[in-house]
Design a protein around this ligand. Structure first.
Ligand SMILES: *Cc1c(COP(=O)(O)O)cnc(C)c1O
Length: 492
């Protein structure tokens, strides 16, 4: 299967090239030339398989350069005892027709593991097939979840190294501990003075620094990204939509072929876009409901066709969705229009911060998507309410999706729905404790114990183990010194 760029249909590459390059040279994102289909008979067969076999079958449709044996080995390594659930991505019913798809049973307790446990395998295999001899250095700026998930994915992976920068004042205590205690010989983590934008700007500058690239080249290395613009991160996410559908059928609550809705807590539009690909492949999905927090740029876009990032930015209790420019939306726009339109809109976004896709594209979007947003107060109220009524504890991002569904009066309604749950509540213990009306005077690892005591639930192992672990990285750098920090780690 071929892939092409969203900004130039003539820029055609193979799957391995798309994964190795990450971003197209023209600034666009790579998308598959055609969307493979799945018949109901095939989906019926998936229902009898475990998660790993479902993943091999679905990912294989997009990766014809890889053999079945290769994909089976990747999947076996990516989803094994690094997950604390043998089901990998279990679905749990919180009432008659509402299921929660838990995507946080991996090593970092957030859904990013579903893709970032797979990407290093796809990337190193792609580089090998392309005859690439240089070592790849993954450079990441993170607001929390991506950094840790990328570290876990790339730690001690041969032929790679990874450097992560996080804002000194911008991540939770637990997220910071998760990163600074990371094991692995090929990893380096540093705080950056300032906020996430400072870290992000510094990383972008290194990516566009030709001198830096030349020095790296002399050392036999090159830079790459583990960001969700890489097709190798999107693809593994298509699998869990099929998997959740099969779990729903297996529960006996729907029959094969019945449609369901998915409600997805959304930031960069990667997770929900994977759901859209699943729908276009033939999965019986009625609507994908895009849930935002107070940064509701996508709610407005899906309701009006106007994308406008010129608005106030809010720091919310669901920080992984605090985002005003959703990169992966570009892929959807391309699939629903053409490369020249997309190029123009992205140019307008850059110059005016705003674009309008017009009535025709809007009606196509609305055929597949609904949208809504939730305030912090609403999300907290639903965390408390659901825990009190059913004993189910959800995190702040999942709670935004729950609140959006509740506001549409879809919770407990007849139509079958899946809420995509993106993080363990323990990852955001402080906000969850606050939602339950508990005090949060303790900090760091103490919050985890406090949440266990308050709810009688058990924290995931990767988080309880944090307290005793050695902090390996204590450094903090200025934005200006970031290139030197990367270079001195790579030449050490
Ligand atoms: C990254 C993240 C999201 C948003 O996912 P996108 O693919 O960026 O839309 C939602 N919740 C959590 C916990 C995340 O880490």
């Amino acid at each position: 299967m071929k892939y092409y760029s969203t900004r130039d249909r003539k820029n055609v590459v193979t799957a391995t090239q798309a994964i190795a390059q990450g971003l197209a040279a023209d600034g666009g994102l790579f998308v598959p030339e055609t969307i493979p289909s799945s018949t109901l008979a095939e989906i019926e067969a998936f229902c009898k398989m475990d998660y790993r076999s479902r993943a091999v079958a679905i990912m294989g449709k997009y990766l014809d350069e890889f053999t079945l044996a290769e994909l089976t080995a990747f999947v076996r390594d990516a989803y094994s005892d690094n997950y604390d659930s043998t089901e990998i991505a279990p679905t749990r019913f919180v009432n008659k027709n509402t299921a929660v798809l838990e995507l946080w049973h991996g090593p970092t307790c957030a859904f990013k593991d579903m893709a970032l446990q797979m990407l290093p395998r796809l990337l190193t295999a792609s580089l090998k097939k392309l005859g690439e001899k240089r070592e790849v250095c993954i450079l990441v700026a993170t607001s929390g979840d991506t950094g840790k998930a990328a570290l876990e994915g790339f730690a001690d992976v041969e032929g790679t190294s990874i450097v992560v920068f996080y804002p000194r004042d911008g991540v939770s205590d637990i997220q910071k501990l998760q990163m600074t205690t990371q094991h692995g010989k090929n990893v380096f983590i540093s705080a950056v003075e300032g906020n996430f934008d400072d870290a992000q700007t510094g990383v972008k500058k290194i990516f566009s620094d030709r001198e830096f690239a030349k020095s790296l080249e002399e050392k036999g290395a090159f830079l790459s990204s583990a960001n969700s613009i890489n097709w190798g991160r999107l693809l593994p996410q298509i699998v869990y939509y099929f998997s959740a559908y099969c779990d729903y059928v297996n529960s006996g609550k729907i029959k094969m072929g019945d449609e369901i809705d998915f409600c997805v807590p959304t930031g960069n539009f990667g997770d929900i876009l994977a759901g859209w690909y699943a729908k276009k492949m033939g999965l019986p999905v009625r609507k994908l409901i895009c849930a935002s927090n107070s940064n509701n740029v996508l709610t407005d876009f899906i309701n009006t066709g106007v994308y406008d990032r010129n608005r106030e930015f809010y720091a919310t209790i669901s920080p992984s969705m605090d985002i005003l420019v959703s990169s992966n939306l570009e892929r959807l726009l391309f699939m629903l229009s053409d490369d020249t339109s997309v190029k123009g809109w992205m140019e307008e976004l850059k110059t005016k911060g705003k674009y309008d896709v017009g009535a025709k594209v809007l009606s196509k979007i609305q055929a597949d998507f609904d949208a809504g947003f939730s305030s912090d107060e609403e999300a907290k109220a639903y965390i408390r309410e659901l825990f009190k009524s059913s004993g189910y504890l959800m995190d702040t991002h999942t709670a935004d999706a729950y609140a959006v569904l509740a506001n549409m009066t879809k919770i407990g309604a007849e139509f079958p729905t899946v809420i995509v749950s993106t993080a363990s509540p323990y990852k955001f213990s402080d906000s969850v404790l606050d939602a339950l009306g508990e005090s949060t005077v303790v900090s760091g690892a103490g919050l985890i114990e406090k949440l266990e005591d308050a709810t009688g639930t058990t924290a995931p192992k990767p988080l309880t183990g944090l307290e005793g672990r050695e902090v390996r990285f204590t450094g903090c750098t200025s934005k200006e010194e970031m290139p030197d920090v990367v270079m001195s780690f790579l030449t050490k």
